[in-house]
Design a protein around this ligand. Structure first.
Ligand code: ADP
Length: 386
């Protein structure tokens, strides 16, 4: 059956007239049939030809059908064996089935029965072959995935060191030139510094995305107040909003909002959503709000923007790694500019970060009006230490 050739069948039968009747029958069905008059002859043929099915009589001189069956199953396990039993009793056939025969045909031979058994057997061979192909493909995919992760890990590692050196020198220069009167030089330096920081962020995201399955293993869950995380993010990226003259409204809860999760990962997710909101909003405002009243004891952190929005048919795609709605060729260099550079991994990472902490990520968006990304996390109402 390999390469879709017509199925190759070997018939081992010592009685010549029965042999001939099989030849006539299988010829009508269009099968490629060879015959052997006894087990030994059959074995020699099998060694030379890749048969799909061996049909063998059980009761034969020289080498009986059970011996043929055992040998075939040991040497060529992919060949299916159908036995022919001439006895009124069915025990021999059952014994053959127990030893790996696919099915049995009783004498006298019925053309319909033979056709049914062979058809069933061919289906099984096809299914097994497809199964094997799928398994091989799966194995190949896993290998490729591993290779990809290895490549990312190595390039990541190789990029980190020169970037750290670059960042180090830029930091030194920024300190040295703090009092320099030439504002232009300071501005260039600040752009260089931001760009290096963007690259470091990107490398970190790609690294984390390629090690997603380890996310929950690396988790360090503690009980913490979400308000504090929002404050921290605000301190870190508030300046980027100021530079773009885009108001960032922060609506914390007046009470502490305790959750039990990996604080670093939640912080990262909120920061990433705010970065996107900044990137895809030209004017208006961006807000981050905590909603802490829910009958199901969940807490909602929404990042809302008045930006470009996402077309309805693209909403499901944006969580795919490396997917970007806009044409990637139109990227500006800086990640903080309107429609600035990115590589399409932020949201897939946010989704994984949130889900690995037992939460969900939801999105609502109206093209031209804005988007709201909401992180939903299980709440932990108890006070710390309880
Ligand atoms: P990146 O921002 O690096 O391109 P992300 O995975 O974070 O990658 O986002 C994927 C895509 O989803 C973005 O390229 C953009 O097309 C769309 N997107 C994400 N956030 C927003 C948003 N707040 N407003 C509009 N589009 C967005």
């Amino acid at each position: 059956m390999e390469n879709n050739h017509s199925p190759k069948i070997l018939l081992i039968e010592d009685e010549e007239d029965i042999r001939q009747s099989y030849v006539d029958m299988l010829d009508i069905f269009g099968y490629d049939l060879e015959t052997a008059a006894n087990g030994k002859e059959g074995l020699d043929l099998i060694k030379k030809t890749p048969f799909d099915i061996v049909i063998t009589d059980l009761n034969m001189p020289v080498m009986n059908g059970l011996e043929v069956l055992r040998w075939v199953k040991k040497e060529y396990p992919l060949i299916e064996v159908i036995v022919i039993t001439g006895f009124a009793t069915i025990e021999n056939a059952i014994s053959a089935m127990k030893q790996g025969a696919f099915d049995y045909i009783t004498k006298p031979v019925s053309i319909d029965h033979v056709k049914i058994v062979i058809t069933k057997c061919l289906r099984q061979i096809k299914a097994k072959k497809e199964n094997k192909e799928l398994r091989d493909l799966n194995e190949k995919l896993s290998e490729l995935n591993e290779l990809k992760n290895k490549f990312i890990t190595i390039t990541n590692h190789e990029l980190r060191t020169p970037l750290a050196v670059l960042k180090g020198y830029i930091d030194i220069l920024e300190l040295d030139l703090e009092d320099h009167e030439n504002g232009e030089i300071k501005e260039y330096l600040s752009i260089a510094s931001n760009t290096v920081n963007d690259m470091i962020d990107m490398i970190e995201n790609i690294h984390d995305l390629s090690h997603l399955k380890n996310l929950s293993m690396q988790q360090h869950k503690t009980k913490f107040d979400l308000n504090k995380i929002i404050e921290k993010v605000q301190r870190e990226i508030g300046i980027l909003f100021e530079k773009r003259n885009l108001p960032l409204i922060v609506n914390k809860d007046h009470e502490p909002v305790y959750i039990n999760a990996d604080a670093r990962q939640i912080h990262r997710a909120i920061r990433e959503l705010l970065h996107n909101a900044l990137k895809f909003t030209e004017e208006g405002q961006v807000s981050v709000s905590i909603k802490n009243v829910d009958p199901k004891d969940r807490v909602f952190i929404s990042v809302q923007d008045s930006g470009i929005g996402i077309p309805e048919d693209k909403v499901d795609l944006i969580f795919e790694p490396f997917y970007e709605v806009q044409n990637v060729m139109h990227h500006f260099t800086s990640k903080t500019d309107f429609m600035g550079g990115g590589i399409g991994v932020g949201l897939s990472l946010v989704k994984e970060l949130i889900e690995s902490n037992g939460g969900e990520l939801a999105v609502e968006s109206i093209p031209g009006k804005g988007s709201t990304f909401t992180i939903i996390l299980p709440k932990n109402n108890r006070q710390p230490g309880n």
